[in-house]
Design a protein around this ligand. Structure first.
Ligand code: NAD
Length: 481
């Protein structure tokens, strides 16, 4: 590890930096070294933060919010190397993937800055019915009091950005509990926001073990909205505990890339590039990573060597080396679990075509062909850079049936040049997003994003949808036409 100094961080509560006696260590997955500590906060810390959030009424104008968000985006841009370095150290992804994440976060803030200026209030004339009157009805959006944000380990900067930027744009106050695994970048982001001019009451960060602080993040009486991104079991537990509170639950995925049989050799090569990049980006730790490649039988023998060739070219290793194209997963245990699933698939009849060996959390891009569709490897969310190929019949209805036979429904990608077939898949897949000739993860940071079934409760994120979700619509009418 290159010398950077261990970070000893405090929580950010009401403008103060708060430490506790006990601290949680943060490990660099590549070497397992401790790179930082955050406080093991307790329920009382979250309680205090929500009290501050709920009693603060932001008076920031649209222009002021725009300026803060704009400046925060610029600061992320100016400090992208510093942010990327900490993303590498706390998450273990390679520097190239970390830089990509900083660019995405920058986009989130730029879009939120633009959206802050837009008033989406509506106007209805009342003289358009049988019993019409000379009046008008108007709508306006008001912030709620306090939002609880609970974020996952896999995008420590971008996931928090997707919560806080729309919260600021809509004049809300948010308390965020980042994951205990990768909490450091979130704290850097908080400081960037304060430097950009954000009142500290509008974004506070608490840290801690879920068993100590988790319940308070869900049940505190001052919380109006919970916005959670993470795993299915925790999401469902929150849904039970939060009861009447408004909730956005963005959960796991098991996204397919579907390669259809109308493709030429050149097209299959392009599909293989998408498949390998989509399965290995962010070390396969994206909710929308390609977790299953469904290839129709008549093109599979051509597609598989192309995917194999691309996987073999990936330079995996030291996450800090700027030339590295694939770093670690979050820890050894995760890497071991995913590797074991590959071996189980092998016992079930799959062929391992490439597995150059695992070193701790450094899991290579393992290529597995002929994976049975019900194998644990592709049935569960395998959150690593595995490239599992499932050969499927040349019958689109059957392919859709196989694709839909998962409890998840986040996103999908389809490779075809036949518009009729593309439309049939868009209509037939039970997912939140369908991208033709793109990775399932492709999105704009402001376009609606979110899954159905076990992947989420249907509430969309993306800057525009999140701003709507974070506000209450007030309707009023005036006696003028
Ligand atoms: P996780 O569910 O283990 O943890 C997520 C957050 O919940 C963390 O902050 C954690 O500390 C907190 N948490 C855990 N137990 C809690 C409790 N009892 N009370 C309150 N909070 C608790 O998820 P993870 O492993 O960090 O993240 C990976 C998962 O997130 C994957 O399933 C991935 O697909 C999903 N994800 C989904 C999206 C999406 O937009 N749908 C995006 C990114 C990640």
């Amino acid at each position: 590890m290159s010398a950077i100094g261990i970070r000893n961080e405090g929580m950010r509560i009401g403008g103060e930096i708060v430490f506790t006696d006990e601290a949680i260590p943060v490990h660099y997955p590549y070497t397992k070294e401790v790179v930082g500590y955050v406080p093991a906060g307790q329920a009382e810390h979250a309680h205090r933060a929500f009290e501050i959030a709920a009693s603060y009424k932001s008076r920031l104008t649209r222009y002021e919010r725009n300026q803060i968000l704009q400046r925060a985006g610029e600061l992320i841009g100016e400090r992208h190397e510093y942010l990327a370095r900490w993303l590498v150290l706390e998450l273990g992804i390679c520097h190239q993937h970390a830089i990509y994440e900083t660019r995405r976060a920058q986009d989130v803030f730029q879009f939120a800055a633009a959206e802050a200026l837009r008033d989406d209030g509506k106007v209805f004339s009342c003289d358009l019915t049988h019993n019409g009157k000379a009046r008008k009805i108007f709508t306006t959006r008001e912030p709620v009091n306090a939002i609880s944000a609970i974020t996952p380990f896999n995008h420590p900067l971008n996931m928090v950005s997707h919560k806080v930027a729309p919260s600021i744009a809509s004049n809300n106050c948010m308390v965020c509990k980042p994951t205990e695994l990768t909490p450091l970048t979130c704290l850097t982001l908080a400081d960037i926001l304060y430097e950009a001019g954000l009142p500290p009451e509008m974004f506070q960060v608490v840290t801690g073990w879920p068993q100590d602080i988790g319940d308070e993040m869900i049940t505190n009486e001052n919380i109006d909205i919970i916005t959670f991104t993470g795993s299915v079991p925790v999401g469902k537990m929150i849904a039970t505990k939060a009861a009447y509170k408004r909730q956005a639950l963005e959960l796991g995925g098991n996204d397919p890339l579907i390669v259809l049989n109308d493709l030429s050799y050149g097209d299959l090569d392009r599909a293989a590039t998408i498949a390998v990049a989509g399965a290995t980006g962010n070390s396969g730790q994206r909710c929308t990573a390609i977790k299953r490649i469904l290839v129709q039988d008549s093109v599979a023998d051509t597609f598989v060597p192309l995917a194999l060739e691309k996987a073999k070219k990936i330079k995996f290793g030291d996450p800090q080396d700027p030339k590295t194209e694939l770093g670690c997963v979050i820890h050894d245990k995760a890497a071991e679990l995913f590797e074991n699933r590959v071996y189980i698939a092998q016992k079930e009849g799959a062929d391992i075509l490439y597995h150059p060996g695992r070193q701790g959390a450094l899991l290579p891009p393992i290529v597995v062909d002929k994976v049975p569709p019900d194998s644990e490897l592709v049935r569960e969310e395998t959150f690593g850079p595995i490239i599992p190929i499932i050969r499927v019949p040349d019958n689109d209805d059957e392919v859709m049936r196989i694709s839909n036979a998962t409890k998840y429904g986040l996103s999908s990608g389809i490779c075809t040049n036949d518009l009729n077939r593309a439309i049939a898949y868009i209509n037939g897949l039970h997912v939140g997003t369908c991208n033709i000739w793109e990775q399932p993860g492709y999105r704009l940071e402001m376009s609606p994003f979110g899954g159905i079934k076990d992947s989420g409760n249907g509430v969309k994120e993306g800057v525009i949808e999140a701003m709507k979700f974070f506000t209450n619509v007030k309707t009023y009418s005036l006696p003028w036409p």
